[in-house]
Design a protein around this ligand. Structure first.
Ligand SMILES: C[S@@+](CC[C@H](N)C(=O)[O-])C[C@H]1O[C@@H](n2cnc3c(N)ncnc32)[C@H](O)[C@@H]1O
Length: 371
């Protein structure tokens, strides 16, 4: 399924050119990887996939310093992270406010999240990672928009950086702070970035959609809210996360179609991975001291499920927690409201819902507005 998130062609070409010049030869060629090169890359993609989301042996290690793994990250995971960050920036409503913004990308790796912010209008990006090779690669890709880079640990104090920054991004890096003290270490990252965050500045945290990583982000969210931070999106309430409270098997993640770049499609096929959709968990936070007005909007947080009685339902999250909005499959009044074409992470207002046990129904008196 193709979607409207598409890596611009110049970015896709620049990734291949950077891969050739950093890992193959310095001829300046931007020829697409050959079948043999793709096979070798696919083996490294699989090693990354297993090491970061499966057995997790690579998480928290210096894997970005391995040329094979960094090259595979560049051609496979970079476009995925770019698409995920682009989606989060759009869906959170931040896109309009990014013009000229100064971005700090923590755990940047080779810079896909910073690139997505720049492509959405940000003015410059400063990168922090503990891998120097990854930072050098990012620098070659970001060009003059790079405000600087520093080899540092995520847990380090950031006071020395040339802030203030309007947006801090942390893409797929918080979950690498693991172990018994994981929550404290993740909270320390937020504490340490406060001195360099501009007044009203935002923090975009993005994590994999796995149950463990999603729940880790939900746990961090609740802990940040209890310390005075606000969550601006996708959550529309500042109450404890209802999905987290629902039990250890519950989580919340975004999912969207995208237009897969050719090289990603080739590598996914060779590695036997499914990349038709981008799936990730993301949240946008604001530092303490900025009260938010109450919201009466709801976020759609599930795909469409159909029960035995033939009712289609979607979970909504907002005032009153997480509960279903449902309609009889094929019901023409519900079809007119747009209920059947809702998508995950749509932000909606529901007027005149029908009260049903445990949730809401869509009736002839109901209207649904996409916000
Ligand atoms: C999975 S990569 C994500 C890269 C990029 N942000 C993205 O979303 O695609 C995680 C990055 O975090 C960095 N990282 C992990 N733990 C770190 C730490 N304690 N200090 C600094 N960087 C760290 C790794 O070097 C790696 O570049």
């Amino acid at each position: 399924m193709a979607g409207n998130i598409r890596l611009p062609q110049p970015r896709a070409l620049a990734l291949v050119a950077a891969w050739r010049s950093f890992f193959c030869d310095a001829s300046g060629s931007a020829a697409l990887p050959s079948a043999r090169e793709l096979d070798a890359l696919a083996r490294d993609v699989l090693a990354l996939q297993r090491g970061l989301t499966g057995e997790r042996k690579l998480a928290g290690s210096g894997y970005m310093d391995s040329p094979g793994l960094l090259g595979a990250y560049l051609l496979y995971y970079w476009p995925v992270s770019w698409a995920q960050a682009s989606r989060a920036i759009r869906r959170s409503g931040m896109a309009g406010a990014l013009k000229g913004a100064r971005v700090l990308d923590l755990g940047s790796g080779p810079g896909p999240v910073a690139a997505a912010a720049l492509d959405a209008g940000a003015g410059s990006a400063f990168l922090v990672d503990r891998s120097e090779p990854a930072l050098n690669l990012a620098a070659s890709l970001l060009g003059p928009a790079l405000a600087g880079k520093a080899v540092m640990d995520l847990a380090d104090k950031l006071d020395g950086l040339p802030g203030p920054f309007d947006l801090v991004t942390i893409g797929h890096a918080l979950n690498e702070l693991s172990g018994d003290q994981a929550l404290d270490r993740r909270l320390a990252v937020f504490q340490n970035l406060m001195p360099v965050l501009a007044p009203g500045g935002r923090v975009l945290a993005m994590e994999p959609a796995t149950l463990a990583a999603s729940r880790g982000l939900m746990e961090l969210r609740d802990a940040l809210l209890s310390r005075g931070w606000s969550v601006l999106a996708p959550c529309v309430t500042q109450e404890p996360c209802p999905a987290r409270a629902a039990g250890p098997q519950h989580s919340c993640h975004d999912e969207a179609p995208w237009t897969m770049p050719t090289t990603v499609a080739e590598l996914a096929r060779r590695a036997g991975l499914d990349r038709d959709l981008i799936k990730h968990s993301w949240m946008v936070f604001q530092a303490p001291g900025h009260a938010l007005p109450p919201s009466f909007a709801y976020r759609v947080v599930s795909e469409q499920l159909v029960n035995k009685a033939g009712r289609a339902r979607r979970l909504l999250c907002g005032q009153g927690g997480r509960f279903p909005l449902s309609a009889k499959l094929g019901d023409s009044a519900a079809a007119k409201t747009g209920f059947f074409s809702l998508e995950r992470y749509d932000l909606i207002r529901v007027d005149g819902p029908e009260a049903r046990e445990g949730g809401w129904g869509v009736s002839a008196d109901t209207s649904i507005t996409r916000l």
